[in-house]
Design a protein around this ligand. Sequence first.
Ligand code: ARG
Length: 426
Amino acid sequence: MINRTCVVVLFLCGFAAGVPAIAQDVTYIRAGQLVDVVDGRLRSNQTIVIRGDRIERVGNSSAIDIPAGANVIDLSDATVLPGLIDMHVHLTGDPDAQGYKNLAASVPRNALFGAANGRRTLNAGFTTVRNVGAGGYADVALRDAINNGDVAGPRMRVAAHALGITGGHCDNNLLPSEYGARGGGIADGPWEIKKKIRENVKYGADLTKFCATGGVLSKGTTVGAQQYSLEEMIAIVTESHQRDRKVAAHAHGSAGIKAAIQAGVDSVEHASLIDDEGIRMALEAGTFLVMDVYVDTYIIEMGEAAGFLPESIEKERIVGQAQRDNFQKAHEAGVRMAFGTDAGVYPHGNNGKQFAYMVQYGMTPMEAIQAATVNAAELLGWPADVGAIESGMYADIIAVRGNPLEDIRELEDVRFVMKGGEVYKQ
Ligand code: ARG
């Protein structure tokens, strides 16, 4: 915001003095340290040149002259990184409304709640998110409102209604049949599935999310059990890819994970009980795993007080530690990983807490940061736009006080946030 005001003032002054206004739409960031996620190294004394919403140039400060009177942001006592990316969020989801409490909120209410969460997420340093499921196209509305500048929030790729079998993890199983409660993405069999994806795309979905297995937070599903058949998963992937949409599969159990990989999904979410064969298959196919290894701590600590169903807490005990151990195994085997947390189950804005768990379970700090930047950008299909500080990319830039390569928990306290050349937190 500060930046825009400055640009406007400069524009008026420039106009009055007869100076071409366009030359003023440039900002220089002085970075004490810069995390180069592409080369995997830390660089000192860098200057980033930003023109409009994109990065024009980045290089050693000694090689880049800053003209007198230029708009300069001094981060010379900080470490600068590309804006972070969370590949698994539900911005319209309320962590205080778990289980039956969830039934009380309308779609418009959730959309407005999502607007507040967009701001929280952005303030935490996450300038891009992939929203993997929301009711009533609330996520589409939120994405469009953010893009239009109505509310502040991260760039969003949205899935709209998550597809699932009748009675599965993506359905709403909380009420008896006379209430007719049903998830918006329920589709059984290839043709219902194809129609549902076409409907999602028609109303604004950027990707497809589906439930390949049972889950923790749903009522009456077996967390490890496969739900969609392989035939149905193939229909999901074929239709989505024909519509130029990537596919994310929610899957905890090993059979469902392997069927999803075999069907050709772009990412497996959770992947808690992945076995050696599943790891081999993911490696061969180049499938990304998006393993939310922080949220277990929150679910167990909050317990029933947050409204989690007793059966959910029992199911969490089955997958929680196993998921962390399998994260370590899959990473060691070389499987591609992207950062995703399931924000909305836990309070929005705490996304950065997951980094410490990724490092505890085997990643270097640089690898964990790459999972949330370059890797995520690739899985999003936005590799030329987000996830690195390089010329041509959006000026999505954050800063922390210390060195996150020495203490990854620095990423829990992001001090500066710029998105598209606009400063949101300073
Ligand atoms: N949304 C997921 C589900 O209900 C949350 C899983 C959380 N647990 C975990 N260990 N990642 O299945």
